[in-house]
Write a protein that binds this ligand. Sequence first.
Ligand SMILES: Cc1ncc(COP(=O)(O)O)c(C=O)c1O
Length: 369
Amino acid sequence: MNESNKITVTSPLLPNLDEFKAMLDDIWDRKWLTNNGFYHKELEKSLADYLGVKYISLFTNGTLPLITALQAMKITGEVITTPYSFVATTHSIWWNGLKPVFVDVEEETGNIDPEKIEAAITPHTTAIMPVHVYGTPCNMKRIQEIADIYGLKIIYDAAHAFGVKKDGESVLKAGDMSTLSFHATKVYNTIEGGALVCHDEATKKRIDFLKNFGFAGETTVVAPGINSKMDEIRSAYGLLNLKQVDSAIANRKFIAEKYRTALKDVPGIRFLKDVEGVRHNYAYFPIFISEEYGMSRDALYAKLQEHNIYGRRYFYPLISTFSAYKGLESADPKNLPIAHKLADQVLCLPMFADLDGEGVDRVIEVITK
Ligand SMILES: Cc1ncc(COP(=O)(O)O)c(C=O)c1O
């Protein structure tokens, strides 16, 4: 296969190399590589500003903030969540020795269906962990109403929702905490990285202890914390990428519009639409393929590969089908019909900031011919 015309499902947003080298020189001069250094502090400030939130803590990836959020709020018993996500969502519950309880999703968005949450609540339920899948905001108002009635905490997995706003407000303001992933494949990346957003200073302090082994002072350890500190090199890289994330999102929007225009009349192909009042980030371009298309999702996935185009079946298989979770009562496919349908139909098309119009046309041609 010709490597030069290969189209991958994603490709990382890279900062200007000369600017990065200059920052590396500065880091070498400072001789301070990690533990809340200069660039770490700068990135926390800049991200809080860009994202429109007050309290944000940087992490080494997007999984540890999920694990730490559950720790920080001392969540016990059962956590209601969605099977239609990346495995890290449920793994974070398992790593805390808690029981995940799966609830089905909405067909329109792929997000947890708020109307099915109440039926899954038991006396052991203490929290809900929804995911803003593909960056489309969950029904945050309804989820909050339910949490308030039953006294539950909400941790949003916002790994896909960098920069997403609803009615002018960051979605990261919803619930008790939200997590982000800055993995290389995301809209905004620090190579590996992530963050935890909370809403008050005392909680941020606790989170910062927890991501540094529980250290609250030189000789004081207040909890069995973990090590999830972001280093100076990736913090500097993150500052540079932040400068270009808006233009990256604008390019992604252009690609999404091109796909939508070309695919809107293709029978058997459905895609996500922009929601009014939402500033989308176009993190993914999932299409859902039904029988009318005349070819199965897996056949189209293979056909694209024959043309050197690599989509991704994201999210397939469902988390609830993996060996660690499939024995749970809530993992019964009869409990999750919509999630199973989406997992069987979905194919994420190539989507990244420097995918050019010609590349998009190549993908469209294979799908429409
Ligand atoms: C929904 C979701 N949650 C959590 C994660 C975990 O993030 P990370 O890979 O940065 O640990 C991801 C990453 O792909 C994700 O897509």
